[in-house]
Design a protein around this ligand. Structure first.
Ligand code: DX5
Ligand code: ZN
Length: 222
């Protein structure tokens, strides 16, 4: 079963509650919430106050993607602000502090994920797998919506899928960056089961049609 997670980075921030309700009614499974700090990535997006407001406005599963340096300092606060899942980047700190961040997320009763950038190898997730509910494979450089999927990340995604199947079945594999109806079959064929899509959903006026188009394309392979 494929999950579709619209990224609100491409939504209308002046009408977030309405945007969330629209994609929920259109069949989306999760809401993907991109946090950027202007340090780990060259862009700044949204943070804790917006998450708190959105939490009050929707009962959807909120999947928080922390693109921030030293995420341990903030992970628990995002849990308390209403995240259902918090994903940190493996490149954002020393391994021991990443592990501590994952454990703190679990200690706050939320699901924990680990994200890897396009150039980061699959094997880096191995020492963290026991603590993971999700691995997020970035198929673009994090920081901006609307980029094209880098196809050379798909081989690495297959590697992540193989590690999950061998050592942590049940862990989700999420893909983020350039997912649309054309690339959905490629990422599903490479092992992804949670598909983040920003531009391909919020960039279209008919969100239901956009989600159905991605789901149908993904189902060809799944
Ligand atoms: C990029 C973000 C993505 C982004 C995806 O750094 O992590 O979640 O919103 O946008 P699209 O689907 O437009 O590539
Ligand atoms: Zn994201």
């Amino acid at each position: 079963m494929i999950k579709i997670a619209p990224s609100i980075l491409s939504a209308d921030f002046a009408n977030l509650a309405r945007e969330a309700a629209e994609v929920r009614d259109a069949g989306a499974d999760w809401l993907h919430f991109d946090v950027m700090d202007g340090s780990f990535v060259p862009n700044i997006s949204i943070g804790l106050p917006v998450l708190k407001s959105l939490r009050r406005a929707t009962d959807m599963f909120i999947d928080v993607h922390l693109m921030v340096s030293q995420p341990r300092a903030y992970a628990a606060r995002f849990c308390d602000a209403g995240a259902d899942m918090v994903t940190v980047h493996v490149e954002a700190d020393e391994p021991a502090d990443i592990l501590r961040a994952l454990r703190e997320i679990h200690a706050h009763g939320k699901k924990a994920g680990l994200a890897i950038k396009p150039a980061t190898p699959a094997s880096i997730v191995l020492p963290f797998l026991d603590e993971l509910d999700l691995v997020l494979v970035m198929t673009v450089e994090p920081g901006f919506g609307g980029q094209s999927l880098q196809r050379d990340t798909l081989t690495k995604m297959r590697g992540v899928r193989a590690l999950i199947d061998q050592y942590r079945p049940g862990c989700e594999l999420e893909v983020d960056g350039g997912v649309n109806a054309v690339t959905a079959p490629l990422v599903v064929d490479s092992g992804a089961r949670v598909l983040v899509a920003g531009n391909a959903i919020f960039g279209k006026s008919d969100r239901r049609a956009a989600i159905e188009e991605i789901r149908m394309a993904a189902d060809i392979i799944a």
